[in-house]
Design a protein around this ligand. Structure first.
Ligand SMILES: NC(=O)C1=CN([C@@H]2O[C@H](COP(=O)(O)OP(=O)(O)OC[C@H]3O[C@@H](n4cnc5c(N)ncnc54)[C@H](OP(=O)(O)O)[C@@H]3O)[C@@H](O)[C@H]2O)C=CC1
Ligand SMILES: [Mg+2]
Length: 354
């Protein structure tokens, strides 16, 4: 689908009127829904709805331990609400999470939140599950059985629903705040302060000494699992400063040659923006001093060890029974996995070229 850029370019000149791409028209459509409550209300008539119960998404078991993510049409959702003697007005509690290339808007709605401020009581989980022929399953538990697109959409939906649930009141006036139709902000009616959904920036760094990379684990990680060093940015810090501080805090080393590689939204435990960087340890500073308040262990790993660990399949099925646990790396869904993989590829190429 493509449109003329009439909204931006009002001149009749041929040169001025270019065709907008599907991506641009879709982006502008979403922008309009966020800005205009009436347009969003209208989109809710023809949109589809992803359901949650107390932040757990509705899923349906498919073959091979995979989950499908059911979506409800407006009519199906109204039917469901009717069965639980709920007004269809409740649909306006939903939040906009995206749209298709054909401008079918996608919404997420949580019918099981227990927040004291909500005027709506949570609907009974098991009765809803029976009605919907699915289960509300914690995202953390389900995430490895979802495809990449579904997990990314559910990450966004859950993060936005959680943010609304925990920002029901104005921190200045103490009055209840009101969501706009799309859920892209909340406003305090008494003093007009606008609150926008937030993510916490987190730096994640893969440190190398040229031949090895540094991986660490927390005691809460599954047995054998090591990852790159991660930490929340402090207020006032640049990404570079946060990387240097986190590496120094956690393993007592100084790094240089920082290189940004990619970023990822990560919903656990709250909404974080993971900013992935590669860095090298300063020459002569390779001795690790683990900060036990943050980490259980940290170590240098060779290319062979990491490359072998990357090939291991079945992250959770292989939860180890024995005491000798092989090195496990974060699953493909996590940005840490891609940083480690990219390091292995770069090292392999340079050792082949040598
Ligand atoms: N996607 C991926 O590949 C990976 C993602 N991660 C994610 O990165 C995040 C950060 O890693 P982690 O090593 O735990 O971080 P840190 O090294 O910063 O250690 C956690 C500390 O940060 C505090 N904290 C929690 N939330 C915030 C916040 N919003 N702002 C500032 N400080 C905060 C905690 O305090 P308190 O003690 O009070 O809880 C705790 O002391 C985690 O959420 C983790 O899930 C990590 C590795 C890989
Ligand atoms: Mg950390």
């Amino acid at each position: 689908m493509s449109l003329y850029c009439g909204a931006v370019c009002r001149r009749k000149s041929f040169w001025c009127c270019r065709l907008l791409s599907t991506y641009v028209t879709k982006t502008r459509y979403l922008f309009e829904l966020k800005e205009d409550d009436e347009a969003c209300r209208k989109a809710q008539q023809t949109g589809v709805f992803y359901l949650f119960h107390d932040l757990a998404p509705l899923l349906r078991q498919a073959s091979g331990h995979r989950y499908l993510v059911p979506r409800l049409s407006r009519a199906e959702l109204e039917g469901l609400l009717g069965k639980f003697r709920q007004d269809s007005q409740r649909i306006e509690d939903s939040v906009l999470i995206g749209c298709s290339n054909q401008h079918e808007a996608w919404f997420a709605l949580d019918l099981g939140l227990k927040s004291t401020s909500s005027i709506h009581a949570p609907l009974p989980k098991s009765e809803m599950e029976a009605e919907l022929r699915g289960s509300f399953i914690a995202l953390r538990q389900a995430v490895f059985q979802l495809n990449l697109m579904d997990s990314s959409l559910l990450f966004t939906a859950q993060a936005l629903l959680r943010w609304h649930d925990s920002h029901q009141f104005c921190s200045r006036s103490g009055q209840p705040t009101k969501k706009n139709m799309a859920g892209s902000k909340r406003v305090c009616p008494s003093n007009k302060i606008i609150y926008y959904p937030q993510m916490a920036p987190v730096v994640i760094t893969l440190v190398t000494d040229g031949a090895r990379c540094l991986l660490a684990r927390q005691s809460s990680f599954p047995k054998g699992l090591y990852s790159a060093l991660a930490g929340f940015c402090d207020i006032g810090e640049s990404v570079e400063e946060a990387v240097q501080r986190e590496v120094a805090e956690e393993v007592g080393l100084e790094v240089e040659n920082l290189r940004y590689s990619a970023s990822q939204h990560w919903p656990f435990p709250n909404s974080s923006l993971m900013i992935a960087c590669h860095a090298t340890v300063k020459p002569g500073q390779t001795e690790i001093q683990v900060n036990r308040r943050e980490l259980e262990a940290a170590a240098w790993f060779s290319l062979d060890e990491v490359a072998t660990a990357l090939k291991r399949k079945g992250f959770f099925s292989q939860q180890q029974q024995s005491d000798t646990v092989p090195l496990m790396l974060p699953p493909k869904l996590a940005i840490a996995h891609h940083m480690i993989k990219s390091w292995v590829e770069t090292q392999t190429c340079s050792s082949l070229a040598a």
